[in-house]
Structures are given as structure tokens and as C-alpha cells.
Design a protein around this ligand. Structure first.
Ligand SMILES: Cc1cc2nc3c(=O)[nH]c(=O)nc-3n(C[C@H](O)[C@H](O)[C@H](O)COP(=O)(O)OP(=O)(O)OC[C@H]3O[C@@H](n4cnc5c(N)ncnc54)[C@H](O)[C@@H]3O)c2cc1C
Length: 515
């Protein structure tokens, strides 16, 4: 019998397990569906996309997306100790002050910028340091100058109150290797006698008795038989924006209309569970380069030795080396698009390794108006849920229009020196594609996820929200959700550091509850 059971050993789970076991009087069980993986590609920054569709990835795709030519978008998420933090692109970008102030204004009381800043600072000063790349690619440097040539100001702090401007991305790396929450938070806590970590443990449902969570059921190593882990305190779901609503729904906590037909006993009718799936959609210009070596030739024995012995060379690149946060229209208060420069052709949603030299200048839609759902397809916990982000589905087409403005801005940046000197023709969509219709066709054919799903267990003060501002699940006692799924809206940045912040705060809420 443990005090707290944590479901999911990803970004949030690692932070929470570490913080909660700082108190030797509290015992914690951390259950993770994936393994403790020693794959080298986890440590080598430039190799992260090599983990897609391997045994450390859940292997999801979205449902066919009507506004994306009915494509099923490749949707990686980590299934291993470390979760998505062990396969992400290591970019540390928390968004804009106004993102958090908007959370508070919409009902997430106590989550404004001034409230969340101390938790961000606590992580950055300790277990989640903001590192920098040992070497900056010449194309990233050229992009930073070219962006300034079109009037985007340089910033040396992409994580300030305003993130507007162009700069080099802080990364979760040390000495050229991935340094994630697994290294910073979980590793130092691993040997504490009050922390038990079980891997290859798929949580199948939450045990609810008299309206209270009393533990979880799980399957070890794919065995069909279930085991139970009971707790004296509470259950905290950290299974991520897809996994957390899935586990809730499997437990009968979710939309009755969707669960009852699947034969799932509805314990608590909560239509918000799995709704409000928001994600950052991205689409890039793929451009041939000349006179420069890109990451297409990074894979060599020589580079592997350089990386292993000295933590240097092209394998230390996280691909997303430099970004610009910009307002696509001057009347906006804060950036609505991000331009992201990768010194390589990022092709086929990351599944194919490039064979020629080129760069990707991606445009990211920061504040999507489109939102979708995550819904279980059956009562079988082993079946992947239906992920339907409904990309570009907002009725007045603003999401698409913003991305089109972004593509045009990206082209203007590419045309500036010193970047222009390295380019040798646009591969996709190709210089012929100039009209809105042609760019729209490109968006539909080639947009992909930037891997930031969130919002599916939305926090708020209204009855329709899934968790309250202390992350307690409405309608069930002793149950919290603490991960990317509680974000009411996406930050205008990336989601990893904000998830660390959420888990830092959740640790305080759990400690307060049992104090
Ligand atoms: C390829 C990729 C690149 C990314 N790049 C960046 C980036 O550069 N910068 C950035 O800020 N963000 C990035 N992200 C996003 C970022 O990593 C996530 O937002 C963050 O990790 C979310 O944390 P989480 O704790 O909510 O979920 P996760 O880290 O995904 O953790 C969830 C954990 O729960 C486990 N789990 C799920 N269901 C169950 C179950 N039923 N039983 C037991 N365990 C379960 C999973 O296996 C996983 O380990 C990227 C993500 C991906 C996939």
C-alpha cells in the first residue's frame, strides 16, 4: 500500500515522483507502460525521429483529417520511462506571459504568469536547466540574421515575458546529450526507499469506490491478468494528453454517450474528458541548399565518435536550432506564428531520412482555433484510442489563413542574406505555388503535428472543466490529473517546460492535501 500512485512516467510523472518522494514519510508508486530503454537514439539529439514507430513509441496516427486531404497524420508519443521527454526535440520554449494570464482569466484561478513563474524558476534553477547547443549550425545563424533583415528583432531570451523575436533555442541537453526530466528529476530520486518504479505496467483503469479513487488496475508485461495497486492517499494521472483521458474513459469517467455503447460502465458522466484536444499544426518550406553541409550527412562513424567522446559535432543538433515568434498581423497583441529553422530536410513526417542537402523552414500555428477529441474505440485498454485533432476545422478558416500568412513570411525571410546565399531552390511547395489556393493545397497535403497535444482534461472553474485549479478531477475524490492534458489552451511556445511547471505545482497541491 503506497500513499500516492502516479500513472505514467513521462515528463510530468518523473517530476512528480521526484518531488513527492523528497519527503521520506510519503511512499510513491510510479507505473509506466513502457520500458526503461537504453536506446542510443534517446541520448543522441539529432536522432530523435529515429525513435518514431519503434517499441518506445505508442505508434499512433490521427483519424483521417478531412481538411488535410483525409490523411492520417503520424502522431508520435513516447512509451518508455521518460515518456515524450525521452524522444522530443529538446526545445525549451514556454510561450508568452499572456498565455498564462489567459488561463487565469478563463477560470484557471491561480495560474496567471505571476503565479506560475516561481514554479518555472524552481525547475530551471535545479533539475531542468536551460542548456544551449555546443555548436550552432551555420544555417541557423544565417536564419537569425535573415529574420532581422525583414524586421523581426533579435532576442536573447525566448522565454521572457514576451517571447517575440528571433533567437537561438535553449535546449534540454548537457555536453551534447539529451538531459531530460529522467536525468534531472527521476535519476536522483531513483534509489529512495520510498519510491517504487514499475515499468512495462499498463494501467487499465482507476479503481473507484464510493466516489473515491482508491488505486489502479494494471497489466504487467502484456500479461492478460490484472493486478491492483491500492493507495492510502491519491491517484495522480500523468499519462499525457492522450493517455490520461483514455485511462479516465476506460474507468467510466467520461462522456456517457460515447462510453455506454462500448459496454463501459459509466461511473461519472463527464463530457469534457477527451474533448478540447488542441495541437500545434506545422507546415514547412523545404529548400535545397548549396555550399553547406546539412544534417543529411551527419550520420557517420566519425561523427558518432566525436559525439560520444567530446559531445560535439552535428549529432548534437536538436534540428530545431533557431526560431522566431512573430505576429502575422500588426494589430495582434502577441505572436500567432512561429518560424522554426532546421538545418536538414524534414521529410515524410520524420519517417524518411533525407538523402540530399536542404533546410526546413517550418511555420507553426501557435494558437489554433480548431479543437478535436480523444476517444477510446473499445473497452480494451490495449487498443489505441481515436485521436481526432480536427486540424484546420475552425468554421471561418482563420487557422488556415494564419498559416498562409506564415508561409509568405517564411519566404520573405528565405530571400534575405545571408540565408539566400545558401539556398538553391524551393523543393516544396515550389516557387510556382504562389496563390492562396496553391498554398492551401500545400498545407493540406503536407501539414503535420509539432507533437504538442494538450487540453483533453481541461482545467477550469466551470462545471464543464475536467479538473479544478488544484487539478482535482470533478466528481471523483482523491484523483488528480497533472500533465499536458490539463492545459486549457496551448502556450505560444512548446509544451514540455510548461508540463514540468504543471507537475511542479501539482506536487505542492498533493503535499498540501495530505499535510
Ligand atoms: C517527437 C516529439 C517531439 C517533441 N518536441 C518537443 C520540444 O522540442 N519541446 C517541447 O517543449 N515539447 C516537445 N514535445 C512535447 C513534449 O515532449 C510533451 O508535451 C511532454 O512530454 C508532455 O508531457 P506529459 O507528461 O503530459 O506526457 P508524456 O511525456 O508523453 O508522458 C506520458 C507517459 O505516460 C505513459 N502512459 C500513457 N498511458 C499509460 C497507461 N495506460 N499506463 C501506464 N503508463 C501510461 C506513457 O508511456 C508516457 O511515458 C515533443 C513531443 C514529441 C512526441
Amino acid at each position: 500500500m503506497h500513499d500516492v500512485v502516479i500513472v505514467g512516467g513521462g515528463t510530468a510523472g518523473c517530476v512528480l515522483a521526484s518531488r513527492l518522494t523528497e519527503d521520506p514519510a510519503r511512499s510513491v508508486l510510479l507505473l509506466e507502460a513502457g520500458a526503461r530503454s537504453r536506446k542510443l537514439e534517446i541520448k543522441i539529439p539529432a536522432a530523435f525521429s529515429r525513435l518514431y514507430r519503434t517499441n518506445v513509441d505508442w505508434g499512433d496516427s490521427t483519424t483521417p483529417q478531412p481538411r488535410l486531404d483525409d490523411r492520417e497524420v503520424v502522431f508520435p508519443r513516447g512509451r518508455m520511462l521518460g515518456g515524450s521527454a525521452a524522444m522530443n526535440a529538446m526545445m525549451i520554449l514556454r510561450g508568452h506571459r499572456s498565455d498564462y494570464d489567459a488561463w487565469a482569466a478563463a477560470g484557471s484561478t491561480g495560474w496567471g504568469w505571476e503565479d506560475v513563474e516561481p514554479a518555472f524558476a524552481r525547475s530551471a534553477q535545479g533539475a531542468f536547466p536551460l542548456g544551449s547547443l555546443p555548436e550552432q549550425h551555420v544555417l541557423a545563424e544565417a536564419f537569425v540574421h535573415a529574420a532581422q533583415a525583414v524586421g523581426i528583432p533579435f532576442t536573447d531570451d525566448l522565454n521572457g515575458e514576451s517571447n517575440e523575436g528571433v533567437g537561438f533555442v535553449p535546449v534540454s541537453q548537457r555536453r551534447g546529450r539529451r538531459f531530460s526530466v529522467l536525468d534531472g528529476y527521476l535519476r536522483p530520486a531513483r534509489r529512495r526507499p520510498n519510491l517504487t518504479i514499475a515499468t512495462d505496467a499498463l494501467v487499465t483503469r482507476i479503481l473507484v469506490e464510493d466516489g473515491r479513487a482508491v488505486g489502479v488496475a494494471y497489466r504487467l508485461d502484456g500479461e492478460p491478468s490484472e493486478q491492483e495497486a491500492r493507495c492510502a492517499g491519491e491517484v495522480v494521472l500523468c499519462a499525457g494528453a492522450i493517455g490520461s483521458p483514455q485511462v479516465l474513459q476506460l474507468s467510466g469517467i467520461g462522456p456517457r454517450d460515447a462510453l455506454a455503447p462500448l459496454g463501459i460502465d459509466v461511473v461519472h458522466d463527464a463530457p469534457g474528458v477527451g474533448a478540447n484536444l488542441v495541437d500545434h499544426l506545422t507546415n514547412g518550406l523545404l529548400v535545397r541548399t548549396r555550399g553547406v553541409e546539412t544534417l543529411a550527412s551527419a550520420e557517420s562513424l566519425r561523427n558518432l565518435v566525436r559525439w560520444a567522446l567530446r559531445g560535439r559535432g552535428p549529432l548534437t543538433s536538436n534540428l530545431g536550432e533557431a526560431v522566431a515568434f512573430v505576429r502575422s498581423q500588426p494589430e495582434l497583441d502577441a505572436p500567432d506564428i512561429e518560424l522554426l529553422l532546421a538545418p536538414v530536410l524534414f521529410e515524410d513526417e520524420g519517417l524518411t531520412q533525407p538523402t540530399e542537402h536542404g533546410l526546413t523552414l517550418a511555420v507553426v500555428l501557435l494558437l489554433p482555433r480548431s479543437a478535436g477529441t480523444v476517444l477510446v474505440r473499445s473497452a480494451d485498454p490495449a487498443e489505441l484510442p481515436a485521436i481526432d485533432p480536427r486540424y484546420l476545422s475552425d468554421p471561418d478558416g482563420q487557422d488556415e489563413a494564419t498559416l498562409i500568412r506564415g508561409l509568405r513570411l517564411a519566404r520573405r525571410v528565405l530571400a534575405q542574406e545571408p540565408l539566400a546565399a545558401f539556398t538553391d531552390g524551393e523543393i516544396l511547395p515550389g516557387e510556382d505555388a504562389q496563390s492562396d489556393d496553391e498554398l492551401r493545397a500545400h498545407l493540406r497535403a503536407l501539414s503535420q503535428t509539432l507533437y504538442h497535444p494538450a487540453g483533453t482534461c481541461r482545467m477550469g472553474s466551470d462545471a464543464g472543466s475536467v479538473v479544478d485549479p488544484e487539478l482535482r478531477v470533478r466528481g471523483i475524490e482523491r484523483l488528480r490529473v497533472a500533465d499536458a492534458s490539463v492545459m486549457p489552451t496551448l502556450p505560444r511556445g512548446h509544451t514540455n517546460w510548461p508540463t514540468v511547471m504543471i507537475a511542479e505545482r501539482a506536487a505542492g497541491f498533493v503535499a498540501g492535501a495530505d499535510a
